[in-house]
Design a protein around this ligand. Structure first.
Ligand code: ZN
Length: 310
């Protein structure tokens, strides 16, 4: 270990990379937009240019990658929902070809963020932790007894598809009433528009505008965040009971609403989590902000403070 690892964050809107030190701090952070309408190889060339700028000729001892799902794990054949160019793309192997001596780990971006929050953010000292990301989708990751729980296919912690209303709206997964179908940013926006929300002319019609409207006191925007927060709180009550959680951290773009989302989440959670052990679980904002993806990707390959890998 020469003091840093290479972290890569692959998302539908941007590609980011940085050197990350053992204390979670970032160096040489670079990013560029994720181009659409390009071939798989062109997108790889974009990523490689970014990575070569960050590494600057130095060989990283390890490479951690958070990437949108789904993916074949742990092989790292990625098919991100929001990146049409990559379907079954061998991202891990491409990075192994580029950095032959490095350990390369590719995992779901929400899993990476959860691990980063556990190691360096809102989940420090937690023995049973769920990190939740509320954004275009709803995702999550589990860290139990200091170890990342990946499950059989790498999908453990896939919080977005906890069913909160069996008669609820259709979900992208093909089911109905998943928490993601109600609480993801685009679903909040759609519901608000149906209820008569009118975005300002100078704003896009998206989750960011919805949160801004709620901050200005728009009743429908507030009701939409409350509805989404309620669904998240109900889902968390189930998961906390199954996993005996002590801490849940909520991040992602929609969570920028702060208390306007977190308040309804906590209220719904405490209405439904009635057992002594579930009542003790804390639900808090994520702490790493915009760098969560990169810090989390690094955490996939940084040595565990407890010795041994996560
Ligand atoms: Zn679903």
């Amino acid at each position: 270990m020469n003091g840093w690892v290479l972290a890569i964050d692959v998302g539908g809107t941007k590609l980011a990379a940085a050197r990350v030190r053992g204390d979670g701090s970032l160096d040489r952070r670079r990013q560029r937009p994720t181009r659409s309408g390009v071939t798989a190889d062109e997108l790889w060339a974009d990523l490689l240019a970014l990575v070569d700028d960050v590494t600057d000729g130095d060989a990283p001892p390890a490479v951690g990658v958070g990437c949108g799902g789904p993916m074949q794990w742990p092989e790292g054949l990625v098919s991100p929902l929001n990146i049409a160019a990559w379907r079954g793309y061998p991202l891990r192997q491409r990075l192994k070809d580029r950095f032959a001596t490095a350990d390369v780990v590719v995992h779901n971006d929400a899993v990476a963020m959860a691990l980063g929050e556990h190691r360096f953010g809102a989940g420090r000292d937690s023995a049973a932790f769920l990190g939740v990301v509320v954004s275009t989708g709803v995702g999550g990751g589990l860290v139990i007894d200091g170890r990342l729980v990946s499950g059989r296919t790498g999908n453990a912690g896939h919080f977005g598809h906890v069913v909160v209303d069996a008669a609820g709206p259709p979900c992208r997964c093909g089911g109905n009433g998943c928490v993601e179908a109600i609480a993801r940013g685009p679903a909040l926006v759609t519901w608000a528009l149906e209820q008569g929300w009118q975005p300002r002319d100078d704003e896009d019609v998206d989750g960011r505008a919805l949160v801004a409207a709620a901050r200005r006191g728009d009743d429908v925007a507030l009701a939409s965040l409350t509805r989404g927060g309620h669904a998240l709180g109900v889902a968390l009550a189930s998961v906390a009971a199954v996993m005996d959680l002590d801490t849940v951290a909520i991040g992602g773009g929609v969570a920028n609403a702060g208390e306007l989302l977190l308040g309804p989440v906590q209220a719904a959670y405490h209405r439904h989590a009635r057992l002594d052990f579930t009542r003790g679980c804390r639900i808090v904002p994520a702490a790493l902000g915009d760098d969560a993806g990169l810090v989390g990707a690094a955490a996939l390959v940084l040595p565990s403070p407890r010795g041994g890998a996560d």
